[in-house]
Design a protein around this ligand. Structure first.
Ligand code: G6P
Length: 365
């Protein structure tokens, strides 16, 4: 079926706005009234010793986020890799390894080759895909669709948040299977997860601050993104989104790594986007933010009301997100990352849906 823009100026804007709906679809596919349900044959994570996750681009950053979830919630060791590196390194696949491939299209050549490398070596091949008939889905023992619907904008948005949703559900199942989470704790997280589409919708309504900030970012030549913990992979995704569609050089660092190099770049001309909900690492991230400001750096602080009341007055710009429990922050903070990139690209007048030199799906090496 032909997909149109439904009155939006770009597919990317439409796909960003669709997220509450597709997140609900992804959640209903994997959550029952009482818990988590995976399609047959399912997975028992108590029998998994190690998870190897492989992908490209935005899907890789979804995997990187999931590493934090699987390790922290389920105590499951996770290796994440970029498919083009993984496939040629001859990585040993130890017994008890489950390999998990994440791909919107399900056709990315490097990811498919990495999957074929693992076939017959890994205990089990899982995939998280948007296209259930794709090669990667067909060649997996269990393919988990993300239910994002057709994504046309080259820069992935709704597929990313749906990938995160499915990966978080898997990590929660792993936590239960491995005896790391009680039924009550699970129900508590699931209640917040079920509320996510509503929270996301509320955040969509606050887009104006982001647009104003983006108009100023459009003047920059280089932009840094910083984050710690769950916000580190998201900072990487934010920088990728921005460079893909606005052509502004953007780089992300783990906040704690700032002093090991990138701080040398800071002056008044380099805006620094700091992703910092008021989570367990907030104080540490804010002290990194102060190091940036002490060197004249202009900070765009993306936080919640509690974070803004502590650190917002010092920042150049503050973007305030609704409150959300810590484990779900990557799902919600993907939105400001997407909107900053989108509005910056609009301000620069680039082709948002078809950025130069990029393809939606890279089916050749
Ligand atoms: C291309 C697209 C990206 C995407 C990546 C991986 O680079 O432009 O948006 O994240 O491929 O694609 P996949 O279909 O495997 O998720």
């Amino acid at each position: 079926a032909r997909v149109d823009k439904d009155g939006y100026k770009h597919f990317m804007a439409k796909e960003i706005a669709e997220q509450p709906t597709v997140l609900s679809a992804a959640l209903s596919a994997y959550l029952t009234e009482t818990g988590i349900a995976l399609p047959d044959p399912g997975v028992d994570f108590a029998k998994v010793d190690r998870l190897t996750m492989v992908a490209c681009g935005t899907a890789y950053y979804a995997c990187f986020t999931a590493k934090y979830w699987f390790e922290q919630l389920a105590g499951l060791p996770v290796e994440v890799d970029i498919a083009s590196e993984f496939r040629y390194r001859e990585p040993p696949i130890t017994p008890g390894t489950t390999a998990l491939f994440v791909s919107q299209s399900g056709e990315t050549a490097d990811t498919l080759a990495a999957l074929r490398y693992c076939a017959g070596k890994a205990e089990r091949i899982l995939s998280v895909v948007n296209v259930p008939e794709s090669s990667i889905a067909r060649e997996s023992d269990l393919a988990l669709p993300i239910h994002a619907g057709t994504e046309i904008g080259v820069a992935s948005t709704k597929a990313f948040t749906c990938q995160l949703t499915v990966l978080l559900v898997l990590a929660l199942k792993a936590a239960v299977d491995r005896g790391r989470m009680t039924e009550d704790q699970l129900q508590d997280v699931l209640a917040s997860l079920r509320a996510l589409p509503g929270t996301f919708n509320a955040a969509l309504g606050r887009g104006d601050d982001i647009r104003d900030t983006a108009h100023e970012l459009a003047e920059a030549r280089d932009i840094l993104f910083l984050g710690r913990g769950l916000m580190y992979p998201l900072a990487l995704e934010g920088a990728l989104k921005l460079k893909e569609i606005s052509y502004i050089h953007a780089e992300a660092y783990a906040s704690g790594e700032l002093k090991h190099g990138p701080i040398a770049l800071i002056d008044q001309s380099v805006p620094v986007v700091v992703m910092a909900p008021k989570d367990s690492l907030f104080e540490k991230t804010i002290s990194n933010m102060q190091e940036v400001m002490a060197r004249g750096g202009k900070v765009v602080l993306v936080t919640d009301a509690a974070g803004a009341s502590i650190a917002g007055a010092d920042a150049w710009k503050t973007i305030v997100m609704p409150e959300i429990r810590e484990v779900l922050t990557p799902l919600l903070y993907a939105l400001p990352a997407q909107l900053l990139a989108y509005h910056t690209a609009i301000a620069k007048g680039t082709d948002v849906d078809q950025p130069r030199n990029l393809a939606k799906s890279v089916t050749v090496e």
